[in-house]
Design a protein around this ligand. Structure first.
Ligand code: HEM
Length: 397
């Protein structure tokens, strides 16, 4: 019954598929009542076209103080339920959102990202050289999937990569569902303190990087600079890193798809879109809150109701994609919602695409015999994290 509230399905039976229960709910109805861990009863939006509708309708807010999360994450209590820290525009609505986002869009154009390609290629090749020199086996997460995007976002922002242990630790703590509120506060304070010092140093010694550019533009105060930098640093490496490791796991277990991907650059580019669609790593989706009563798919959403947009199953919607459940690198995969939709659509998507296109092609070209060095069932999955993926990926060649 669509009106009996469900809880957010979490149990996966296949490492690459969303929870079967979530797919079943999508096939049953586009909209379900959803019980939130705080007792609120809101909505679960499961089908592609309805998710798009919600994401492009300004009556559904992304504001932090109105948010409810479908899966409890104690560390998120630090930011959810209170006004967003100044500058964190992912949790703001227009016009505040627009005010901040426009300061950054110029830094992430397709053209700017293309200019980064040689540098990304160098970083990728350096890590593959180190892997080759080690002789293997290696954990691909530590040897490749995490350091490549981490180094790229560090260079772009102007964060010294030598400090990575510090901020990667904070970032991992904040992403874990198991992190307590105290641990989350400590990680957040640690990250903010680290960035505050860095911004101070950049004020006196600016360089050719995004944080220095934001300082030079003179529009942001210290707190806004710290918050925007923190948001970019976290969003910029956890996501792409998990796409690289889970994507490699997928390609290693689908050899015919891997071969099809390697036919040429256009095929690689399409395979990246298909991996984004098929894996949709923002596993609990994104959330919105109704600002007023809204009629949606024949139901009345009341002002204050929370909505959870189930991106992983929206991207497997048979009404939008033929054979939606199959991983097929030759399909037209564009139009997926892995980067969201509407005003909050991922600002870093071109960067993520450049990194994935270069990384997957180079990895499998350099190591044509790359294979898992464990049974697929032994690969530890990130069921316990907000962003899905694998904790480790042992590979040999
Ligand atoms: C927004 C996914 C990479 C920075 C988003 C949203 C999604 C997403 C689904 C929309 C959130 C919402 O509507 O509430 C991904 C995935 C990535 C990726 C799957 C990698 C494959 C990146 C990178 C950066 C980044 C590399 C930074 C350079 C951001 C920011 C926002 C955002 C700042 C907020 C945009 C706004 O509110 O206007 N991302 N992202 N992301 N992403 Fe990404």
């Amino acid at each position: 019954m669509p009106d009996t509230p469900v809880t957010m399905p979490r149990e996966r039976t296949d490492p690459f598929d969303p929870p079967a229960e979530l797919s079943r709910l999508r096939d049953q109805d586009a909209l379900h009542r959803l019980s939130y861990p705080d007792g609120h009863v809101g909505w679960l939006v499961t089908q592609h076209s309805l998710v798009r509708t919600v994401m492009s309708d300004p009556r559904f807010s992304a504001r932090a103080e109105l948010r409810r999360l479908p899966v409890r994450r104690p560390s998120a209590d630090l930011v959810v339920g209170k006004p967003a820290p100044p500058g964190m525009f992912i949790m703001l609505d227009p016009p505040d959102h627009t005010h901040y986002r426009r300061m950054l869009t110029g830094q992430f154009t397709v053209r700017k990202m293309q200019l980064l390609e040689p540098r990304v290629t160098r970083i990728v090749e350096d890590h593959l050289d180190a892997m080759a020199a080690s002789g293997g086996p290696v954990d691909l997460v530590q040897a490749f999937a995490l350091p490549v995007p981490s180094l790229v976002i560090c260079e772009l922002l102007g964060v010294p990569y030598t400090d990575r242990e510090e901020f990667q630790g904070y970032s991992a703590t904040l992403a874990s569902l198991a992190t307590t509120a105290e641990e989350g506060t400590a990680a957040m304070e640690g990250l903010f303190g680290y960035l505050r010092d860095l911004i101070d140093r950049k004020r006196s010694a600016p360089a050719d990087d995004l944080i220095s550019d934001l300082i030079a533009a003179g529009e942001l105060n210290e707190e806004e600079l710290v918050n925007i930098s923190a948001m970019m640093l976290i969003a910029g490496h956890e996501t792409t890193a998990n796409m690289l490791s889970l994507g490699t796991f997928t390609l290693l277990t689908h050899p015919e798809q891997r071969a099809a991907m390697l036919a040429g650059q256009a095929e690689v580019n399409n395979a990246v879109e298909e991996l984004l669609r098929y894996l949709t790593i923002i596993q609990y989706g994104t959330v919105r809150t109704a600002l007023e009563d809204v009629e949606l798919a024949g139901r009345t959403i009341r002002a204050g109701d929370g909505l959870t947009l189930a991106l992983p199953v929206a991207n497997r919607d048979p009404d939008r994609f033929d054979n939606a459940h199959e991983f097929d690198v030759t399909r037209p995969a564009t139009g997926h919602l892995a980067f969201g939709h509407g005003v909050h659509q991922c600002i870093g998507q071109q960067l993520a695409r450049v990194e994935m296109r270069i990384a997957f092609a180079a990895l499998f070209t350099r190591f044509p015999t790359l294979r898992l060095d464990a049974e697929p069932s032994q690969i530890p999955l990130r069921d316990d994290m907000n962003i899905y993926g694998v904790h480790r990926l042992p590979v040999a060649w």
